[in-house]
Design a protein around this ligand. Structure first.
Ligand SMILES: [Zn+2]
Length: 66
């Protein structure tokens, strides 16, 4: 598996161990982490939406408190 810079696409080689890209200087570790966090965030948002839908359905059946 070849490693590429996620930002500029420069080939970094299999054994490239620096944290930053030699071409554009972006932080590879942080960049990867960020995209992973973004994925998690999207997943969490989808879950949250589902939960909201369920809650909405439930509240239709429940008597409203006054
Ligand atoms: Zn780069």
């Amino acid at each position: 598996m070849e490693k590429n810079c996620p930002k500029c696409g420069k080939k970094l080689g299999l054994f490239y161990i620096k944290e930053t890209c030699s071409e554009c200087g972006c932080n590879l570790m942080y960049y990867n982490m960020e995209s992973r966090l973004e994925e998690d965030h999207l997943k969490a948002e989808a879950e949250f939406k589902k939960l909201d839908e369920i809650k909405e359905k439930l509240t239709k059946f429940l008597p409203k408190k006054k």
